[in-house]
Every structure is written in C-alpha cells, then in structure tokens.
Design a binder for this molecule. Structure first.
Ligand SMILES: Cc1cc2nc3c(=O)[nH]c(=O)nc-3n(C[C@H](O)[C@H](O)[C@H](O)COP(=O)(O)O)c2cc1C
Length: 164
C-alpha cells in the first residue's frame, strides 16, 4: 500500500468518508401531504430500470420525514442545479422551514418539484426494500421533464461542487 493510501475501518465515520469519495448529484424528493409541502434532499438517487422505468434512493430508518412522505400518491424528484447549495442544505434542515423561499410547483396529484432543476420526475412508490440502517425506495416513473441546458449540483467529500 503506498503512502497516499490508507486502510479505513468499517465504522460509520470511516464509511461515510469512503462513500463520500464517490461523486453524486443531489435530488429533492417532495410532495404535498395533508396540504403541507414535505420533502428532503437525497444524494443516493440513482437510475435503476428502463422497462419498467424505475429509479431509487435510500432513506435512513431514522428519517422522520419519510413516514409522512411515503403516504403521498405521487412524489416529485428534482435534480438540483449547481447553484442550489443553500436550497439543498435547507431541504435537509429543520422540517418546518424546508420550502421557505423555494419556488416550487405542485401537480394535481400532489408531486412537488422545484421550479429550477435540470430534470423533474413524477413518481410513485413501487417497493421499499429493507437495507440495513436504510431502506431502498424503488420509485416508478410516470412523467419526466428535462432541461436542455444547465449543470447539476455535485456532492463530493461532503461538500458541494460543480462540473468543470
Ligand atoms: C447533500 C445531502 C444528501 C443527503 N442524502 C440523503 C440520502 O440519500 N438519504 C437520506 O436518508 N438522507 C439524506 N440526507 C439527509 C436528509 O436530507 C435529511 O436531512 C434527513 O432525512 C433528516 O431529516 P428527516 O428526519 O426530516 O428525514 C442528505 C442531506 C444532504 C445535505
């Protein structure tokens, strides 16, 4: 092993460091539930299947938002743009303030998407798979809208960046 390499233990802090080396985008997962906008930021979003169209994200079992959000008929997914750092933090912060000053739209069936975003998906929960201290949420796609231009927010080493 070279001096620039180091073996890490499998404790949560070390794993968070190692997992954080894999760069991701970030999405907002959101819906209106009982008349209230509910949502969170997630960087575990990934594409899963083309036929049927499926995407997924992982949610911590400790999440207080997911038990509410999962009741929505439709969930909106917004791929955040590169200037969404503060919005992303806000959507991960105190639940009562997550949508303060954030322009968003609500579909007739309750999916919430941010007005800015390089892609918008309307989804519904297809399956919830137990996965350790998280659950993998498989989402069926019902509608997709993409922007022809714009750059994604990138999450890497616990900080935000953008594509060069
Ligand atoms: C960049 C970023 C990415 C995140 N990704 C996830 C994720 O993939 N899964 C998850 O459970 N929480 C993720 N979170 C944390 C959630 O946004 C939220 O803070 C957490 O679910 C706690 O809030 P809750 O109890 O209301 O769910 C992320 C936070 C940030 C800032």
């Amino acid at each position: 092993m070279s001096s620039s390499q180091s073996a890490l233990a499998l404790d949560p802090t070390a794993l968070r460091t190692a997992f954080g080396l894999y760069p991701t985008g970030v999405v907002a997962v959101a819906a209106e539930v009982d008349g209230v906008a509910v949502g969170l930021s997630a960087n575990s979003f990934t594409s899963v299947s083309l036929d049927p169209p499926l995407v997924s994200f992982s949610i911590a079992r400790t999440s207080r938002t997911w038990p509410v959000l999962r009741r929505a008929t439709r969930l909106g997914i917004t791929v955040l743009v590169d200037h969404h750092q503060a919005t992303c933090r806000q959507l991960a912060g105190p639940a009562g303030n997550r949508f303060d000053g954030v322009p968003y739209s609500t579909s007739a069936d309750g999916a919430i998407t941010l007005d800015e975003g390089i892609a918008h998906f309307h989804t519904s929960v297809h399956e919830e798979v137990a996965a350790g201290d998280h659950e993998i949420i498989l989402l069926a796609l019902h509608d997709v809208t993409v922007q022809e231009s714009g750059a994604p927010l990138v999450f890497h080493r616990s900080t935000f960046g953008r594509l060069a």
